[in-house]
Design a protein around this ligand. Structure first.
Ligand code: ASP
Length: 421
């Protein structure tokens, strides 16, 4: 049985059991709910996420050092960086624009219900753009790794890799070691990903045992608008870019990206899913390490198309709810701030809601409006995370293709990288 199928079975079983547990309204301190669901399965889910996160820092560092050392400080590195960054910003801006357009047509906020009075939401301040920029540069690479500051790790790995390329024989020796460690880490992911069906099962059961369905029915308009826009983005914008710039078949791409998208959906964290995404993009899609090691971690950190879509729809929804008219300039502001907010959004569950404060403040909308949508955010987070991950893979693939760094034989082989994981 293929891994994807096993993950899907784990997911489906978790979903059904979770819903059943919720519907039965079992005693929270009882054996099934208290011990099994909130105890054993919750622990299982958290251990699965920990086992993925464990790989993130060493993998990004080692893999990117290998990639950067191969490229050296060549012109192609600058071009690659520029293209990748440009594509990430472009796709996010397109995502917000699509979200604003659908929300303006559907008008989900007109006549929406007021939020329940018992929600106590204190918006946390979003980081400023200046702070975000300064934070890219590490003062202490060890601290950056210990704290998992991904952009700082990326910058240090790039510099280290370039230095290796310039260090003659000593550089060559160290490169050999890094290449071997990279190989070993990839193998470790292949082993850990075998746990995914069980991990996903645990995560889905605990989540669906707790999810508030009533909230969804109250916010159905908003929920469906976000979901439909996410679907449109993935089925329209990504395939178009894959065909036009990548000159590859979108269906093949999505068939290969299923696993990271499913893991992203279950963990709601593109950061925790990063090892799976990187392995898939390199070994299954065929993007060479030089591009993948740079584009995928960067994308997981700064590219959040799904999050930007939620923010676009949420902004229009909140404006409509409060009866505030937004003008063209406001919409342009939303596109700009949501794109920047996506750069500043950490790749962990629920952060998109925090950076939404940035967007709302920018166009003078009440931040308390977030309380309106908080009830369904957990579920939307799952979907938008899967989209965020698909976006990272899509950009890596198109940039690699345009740089001659996509291995078409791997891309076209349905079995590539699938055998052992
Ligand atoms: N959970 C999202 C991610 O990790 C971020 C967010 O939208 O909150 O990609």
């Amino acid at each position: 049985m293929s891994l994807t199928l096993r993950i899907l079975i784990g997911m489906g079983a978790g979903l059904l059991i979770g819903i059943a547990v919720q519907q039965l309204e079992l005693d929270p301190s009882g054996w099934v709910r208290g011990f099994l669901v909130d105890g054993v399965l919750d622990a299982g889910g958290q251990i699965f996420i920990a086992s993925l996160k464990l790989m993130v820092v060493p993998l990004v560092f080692v893999s990117l050092v290998c990639g950067a050392a191969r490229l050296g400080a060549s012109a192609s590195m600058g071009r690659l960086g520029g293209k990748t960054l440009g594509m990430y910003l472009l796709t996010t801006a397109l995502a917000v624009t699509l979200a604003l357009t659908t929300a303006l047509i559907v008008e989900p906020g007109t006549g929406a219900d007021a939020p329940p009075a018992d929600i106590d939401y204190q918006p946390k301040p979003a980081p400023s753009v200046k702070e975000t920029l300064i934070n890219i540069f590490p003062t202490n690479p060890v601290a950056a790794m210990a704290e998992g500051r991904m952009l700082q790790v990326i910058v240090f790995a790039l510099l280290f890799g370039i230095a290796l390329a310039k260090s003659g024989e000593s550089g060559q020796r160290i490169r050999g070691v890094f290449d071997d460690v990279n190989e070993t880490l990839m193998k470790l992911i292949t082993l850990l990903i075998q746990l995914a069906p069980y991990g996903v099962f645990c995560l889905m059961t605990t989540l669906f045992a707790a999810v508030g369905w009533r909230e969804i029915f109250k916010l159905l308009g908003y929920f469906l608008t976000v979901t439909a826009t996410l679907a449109l983005h993935v089925t329209l914008i990504y395939p178009t870019l894959l065909m036009l710039i990548g000159r590859v078949k979108p269906t093949t791409f999505f068939a290969k990206m299923r696993e990271p998208m499913l893991v992203g959906f279950s963990t709601s964290s593109s950061g925790a899913t990063l090892p799976v995404t990187l392995r898939t993009v390199e070994h299954r899609v065929g993007v060479r390490n030089e591009v993948a090691a740079f584009a995928v971690p960067l994308g997981a950190t700064i590219n959040m198309d799904g999050t930007a879509i939620m923010q676009g729809v949420a902004t229009v929804f909140i404006a409509q709810f409060y009866g505030i008219d937004l003008g063209l300039v406001d919409f342009l502001m939303v596109i700009l701030t949501a794109t920047l907010a996506s750069v500043g959004t950490a790749a962990v569950p629920g952060v998109g809601l925090i950076t939404l404060t940035m967007v709302l403040t920018q166009v003078g909308l009440p931040v308390e409006g977030i309380m309106l949508i908080i009830g369904v955010d957990r579920l939307l987070d799952m979907m938008r995370t899967a989209v965020n991950i698909a976006g990272d893979g899509m950009v890596a693939t198109t940039v690699a293709r345009s740089e001659g760094q996509l291995d078409l034989a791997v891309f076209q082989d349905p079995q590539a990288g699938a055998k052992d994981g």
